[in-house]
Design a protein around this ligand. Structure first.
Ligand code: PLP
Length: 392
């Protein structure tokens, strides 16, 4: 690619993104929330009644709405997605010195949650079709390094137990979860699903986060539905659900007045003010997802005509919530990634690269890892572009 065409492509990308966001006022954020009047009413209710903390009725209502929407038998609301993941790993049996298999291509929270449990992330590669864990490559990896013992699968190379596999649905695009479930079952390792980005995404009609032993959602400020901060634990197992509720509410034993705690639990329960927003915004979720899909379709249109750049559309087996749009430079054009990001930001169209792969971050450099060539290749070529629902 010559100097001239390079500048051309950068300019074409800026024009294309500008066309999609239309006459939105600049700067256009990567992702900005828009709240309904009902959220305001619910918040007023919290403040006038004094029910602002974790005892309020909105928390239970938000859990019920989420269980109904996702089809999970149980939903437990917590302070954020990272806390949900931390609790979920513990509930799945992850403990000190265990290994947790996860994609290297994820937000840092996935790895941090394992670290909080004194476990060690074990990084696996993703597949280009989903940008999520590659089941075939993971199976080959576990065949090579794994050894079944009485208490589970061990990594022969490190002599540590592999206690969980954590698939993540990148930008809302469902991973090949059925393929991964088969691999997990074959090797006897539970799946904890990081569905932080995929509220509203389904795999053959079934909601993401409900396939594994336990799954989590996030309501962080940039997610498809935000409660300011918040997270949800999903499970179909009633015993796990009870444990999740207990563990995330300081493990307090039921008693009319005594403070009896039967273990060192977490103070992770979602406050009522956050759940108040969640209850109101759940009613808009179908429309938000529809708007996101319209925006995605508009990006698909403008990028269809451009060479050397594609909109990431994800796999056919799934219905994506289209949370965050990603464009992917052609192989060989990776050197354009930063100039394109800079040109977009210059035009007040916020753009970002995908996360730095986890194994390249200082604190995770020494962790066990498979070949991560697809991860590294994608990381060099992916750019996220403005994706707020109000743009559609
Ligand atoms: C947002 C996110 C989380 C964590 O959620 P918080 O609510 O921000 O703690 C975890 N995993 C992934 C992949 C995320 O994108």
């Amino acid at each position: 690619m010559g100097q001239q065409t390079r500048a051309d492509l950068t300019e074409k990308i800026v024009t294309a993104v500008g066309e999609v966001v239309g006459n939105a006022e600049r700067p256009v954020a990567l992702h900005a929330p828009k709240f309904t009047d009902e959220s305001m009413g619910n918040l007023r209710d919290c403040i006038t009644t004094g029910w602002v903390s974790s005892g309020g009725a909105f928390v239970t209502e938000f859990e019920n709405l989420t269980a109904a929407y996702t089809g999970a038998a149980h939903a437990i609301a917590v302070v954020n997605g990272t806390a949900a993941l931390h609790a979920a790993l513990r509930l799945a049996g992850v403990g000190r010195d265990d290994e947790v298999v996860m994609p290297a291509l994820t937000f840092v929270a996935t790895a941090n949650a394992a670290t909080y449990q004194h476990a060690i992330p074990h990084f696996a590669d993703v597949e280009p079709a989903t940008m999520g864990l590659d089941p075939a490559k993971l199976d080959a990896r576990l065949e090579t390094i794994g050894e079944r013992r009485s208490d589970g699968l061990y990594n022969k190379q490190t002599n540590r137990r592999i206690a969980a596999i954590v698939p993540m649905h990148t930008f809302g695009h469902p991973v090949d979860i059925v393929g991964l479930l088969a691999v997990a079952e074959k090797h006897g390792v539970p799946i904890v699903e990081d569905a932080a980005e995929s509220l509203g995404s389904t795999y053959r009609g079934r909601h993401t986060g409900t396939f594994g032993r336990i799954g989590i959602l996030s309501y962080n400020g940039n997610k498809i539905l935000t409660t300011g901060g918040g997270g949800m634990i999903l499970t179909n197992d009633p015993e796990l659900a009870d444990e999740a509720r207990h563990l995330t509410t300081t493990a307090k034993a039921p008693h009319p007045y005594e403070y009896v705690h039967d273990r060192a639990g977490f103070n992770y329960r979602m406050p009522n003010v956050n759940a108040a927003i969640g209850c109101a915004e759940m009613k808009q979720l179908d429309e938000t997802v529809a708007a996101k899909r319209r925006l995605h379709a508009r990006y698909a249109e403008v990028f269809a005509d451009l060479d050397d750049i594609d909109l990431f559309t994800g796999p056919d087996h799934a219905e994506c919530n289209c949370w965050l749009n990603a464009i992917v430079l052609a192989p060989g054009c990776a050197e354009l990634r930063n100039p394109v990001i800079e040109a977009l930001n210059e035009a007040k169209l916020q753009a970002r690269p995908i996360w730095r792969p986890m194994h390249t971050l200082e604190m995770y450099r020494g962790c066990p890892a498979d070949d991560l060539s697809v991860t590294m290749d994608l990381a060099a070529r992916v750019i996220n572009v403005p994706s707020s629902a109000y743009l559609a």
